[in-house]
Each structure stands twice: as structure tokens, then as C-alpha cells.
Write a protein that binds this ligand. Structure first.
Ligand SMILES: NC(=O)c1ccc[n+]([C@@H]2O[C@H](COP(=O)([O-])OP(=O)(O)OC[C@H]3O[C@@H](n4cnc5c(N)ncnc54)[C@H](OP(=O)(O)O)[C@@H]3O)[C@@H](O)[C@H]2O)c1
Length: 320
């Protein structure tokens, strides 16, 4: 079968089409004929070699979420899965393929009316946004800032905060068109990457979801209201400075908190339930899946080039 592997780490040209044996499912696994493959920020970090401490080797197939039809099942898997349209998490890699292997526990049946492209746009992002807001103890009426809102997690977070009755939903983005698109999804204030640019925006926030990290993160701790919570969800700009905690201690009387959030800490059943609810909401038109581009699997390098150029809004999806 056709697949795309990282033949060398670094620039996107390292992503090359290869021929791999058709996979057989082990016990507890399903094999899915892929219709859509999500291109994630983590795929780009792995390909760039930024995560080289994790022991990735050339020949690795990136991609962690796919949607398609179950073709084969392994031992201890109900044969009724065969023929079902599903979304599935394939792990840290293994997604850029015509036939993907996933644990049946990481597969969720798609509702009628939801395309595979929309499924891989929301399948990971919507649960991350949902549980990150919950981790920040977001409550109706509170003000929210989504830092790095133009990616698939931020886009979902904006919509969920609006639906959850936020008093204000501010976003950061480096682009005016992306800001306008985020407003159309319900954002009330559009800020630049430094958090400036709208004098009418709240001076402080009850909840900040931070997908960016990097050197500017401590300055955003200063934007927390008394008892405000900043949840670090991603680190697209790298790690923040090590003395980050000093910012909280210097504002001791504000009772602010900083935490990280990873979906890995959410029990699988809860994750799958929220994922299925997100899919149903999307099929009903209550949650928008924002797709930047749909490209053929063979154009994976081009997809990564576009991500590196920094003009992507939402998700790039590959189709075999
Ligand atoms: N917590 C979890 O369980 C979980 C699960 C999956 C992924 N993640 C993490 O989430 C992140 C990817 O999320 P995503 O796909 O939604 O994000 P993304 O699309 O990679 O980036 C989001 C936005 O951040 C802005 N940005 C990019 N580089 C920046 C920089 N150097 N400085 C400031 N802003 C920058 C860009 O918007 P503008 O150009 O418009 O500013 C970009 O659209 C990764 O760090 C990944 O590890 C976390």
C-alpha cells in the first residue's frame, strides 16, 4: 500500500511516498481503509526533528488521526466493526497510509452526515478544547482568552467557549483575515500575538487557554483576573522560560494558577464520549470543522510546507 514516511528529518522534502506491506490487525486492533488523514502540529514537530529526544527513526510514518471504513479486525474484536465508518487515533504515528491500524478502543463510529474530512478536523481538537476548558474550570459568564486560536484546537475552543456562555472570548492571531474568521465563529475580541491591538478587550481574563507557550507566556500570566487560571495546552512556540513561576509568586495576592493539560490524562471512555458528542454536534451544524485544504496523500510534503509557512487556518487534510 502507499504511505508517506519521514525519510530524513528537517525540511518537508524528507516526507516521501513509500510502498509498505498491507497491515494485519493484532488482537484488539482494527484496520481502516483511510478516506481522510489529519495533518497535525505534532506531525510537523516530529518531521522537523524538534522531538528527537523521543527516539524517532528515519522511515517513521507520521500522522495520528484517520477516518475511513473498517476492513479487518483482530482477535477479540467484534466482527460487527467491519464496514463501519470510523474516526481513529493511530498513536504518535502511522496515519499517513492507505490502510491504518488502530486499537479498537481508539476508534469511534461516525454519525451519518459527518464527512471523514470533518471527522479528522475535530476528532482530536474538539476533545482537547473541551477538556482543557473544563481543566480551567471555565464557567458561564467568565471571560476567556484563547492564545494561538487559528489552529484546530483554538478554533474548537473558541466555539465551545461561546456555546458555553462565555462573557467574552478574545483570541490572539498574527493575521487579520484569520481574526475576521475567528470573529465569524464567535470571538468577541481579536488581539495580536503580544495580546494587544483591541483597546475594548477585557484587561484581564478568568481563563486563558494557551496553545503557544514560548517566551511570551509569562506576560500572559499577568493578564489573569484574580483567581484566574491559565492552562497550557500546546507549545507551538517552544517551552516558556524556566522562571515562569516567579510571575505567579510576584502576584501572590491575585490567587492566580498555572497548569498544563494533556488529553492523555482523560479516561478513554470520557474522551470517546466527548468525541462522539462533538461529531454529532458537527453533523447537526452546531460545531464548525474548519478545513484549510484537502490534498492528496502524495502531497504530504506540500501540506507540511504550508504549515511551516504559517498561513494555515484550521486543519490540512490528506486523502489517499
Ligand atoms: N494538550 C493536549 O492534549 C494536546 C493534544 C494535541 C496537540 N497538542 C498540542 O497542540 C499544539 C498544536 O495545536 P494546533 O494544531 O491547534 O496549533 P497550530 O495550528 O500548530 O498553531 C496554532 C496557532 O499558533 C500561532 N503560532 C504558531 N507559531 C507561533 C509562534 N512561534 N508564536 C506565536 N504564535 C504562533 C499560529 O497562529 P497565528 O499565526 O495566527 O498567530 C497558529 O495558527 C502542539 O503544541 C501540540 O503538541 C496538545
Amino acid at each position: 500500500m502507499r504511505a508517506v514516511a519521514i525519510q530524513h528529518f528537517g525540511d518537508p522534502s524528507g516526507l516521501q511516498v513509500v510502498d509498505l506491506p498491507t497491515p494485519s490487525p493484532a488482537a484488539g486492533q482494527v484496520v481502516i481503509e483511510t478516506e481522510a488523514i489529519g495533518v497535525g502540529g505534532v506531525d510537523a514537530m516530529i518531521r522537523r526533528g524538534t522531538l528527537d529526544g523521543y527516539g524517532f527513526r528515519p522511515g517513521m510514518v507520521p500522522g495520528s488521526e484517520v477516518a475511513g471504513t473498517v476492513m479487518r479486525v483482530g482477535e477479540a474484536v467484534d466482527p460487527d466493526w467491519i464496514g463501519r465508518r470510523v474516526w481513529a487515533f493511530t498513536g504518535v504515528g502511522g496515519g499517513y497510509v492507505e490502510q491504518a491500524v488502530a486499537a479498537v478502543d481508539d476508534a469511534v463510529t461516525l454519525p451519518d452526515g459527518l464527512s471523514s474530512v470533518d471527522a479528522v478536523t475535530l476528532g482530536s481538537a474538539a476533545p482537547v478544547a473541551h477538556f482543557a476548558l473544563a481543566h480551567g474550570r471555565f464557567a458561564p459568564g467568565e471571560s476567556v482568552l484563547v492564545r494561538g486560536a487559528a489552529g484546530s484546537i483554538g478554533i474548537a475552543a473558541v466555539q465551545l467557549a461561546v456555546r458555553g456562555g462565555a462573557g467574552a472570548v478574545a483570541v490572539t492571531t498574527s493575521s487579520q483575515p484569520r481574526g475576521s474568521a475567528l470573529r465569524a465563529l464567535g470571538a468577541t475580541h481579536v488581539l495580536d500575538r503580544a495580546g494587544d491591538g483591541d483597546l475594548t478587550a477585557p484587561a484581564s481574563y478568568d481563563v486563558i487557554l494557551d496553545i503557544v507557550g514560548g517566551s511570551r507566556l509569562p506576560a500572559f500570566l499577568d493578564r489573569l483576573a484574580p483567581n484566574g487560571r491559565l492552562v497550557a495546552v500546546g507549545m507551538v512556540a517552544g517551552l516558556p522560560p524556566a522562571d515562569l513561576g516567579m510571575r505567579l509568586l510576584e502576584a501572590f495576592q491575585q490567587s492566580r494558577s498555572f497548569s498544563t493539560f494533556s488529553l492523555n490524562t482523560v479516561p478513554v471512555a470520557a474522551r470517546d464520549q466527548v468525541r462522539a458528542e462533538s461529531f454529532t454536534a458537527a453533523a447537526r451544524g452546531e460545531l464548525a470543522a474548519v478545513v484549510d485544504a484537502v490534498l492528496p496523500l502524495d502531497a504530504a510534503a506540500e501540506a507540511h510546507r504550508r504549515m511551516d509557512d504559517g498561513h494555515v487556518f484550521g486543519r490540512i487534510v490528506l486523502t489517499p
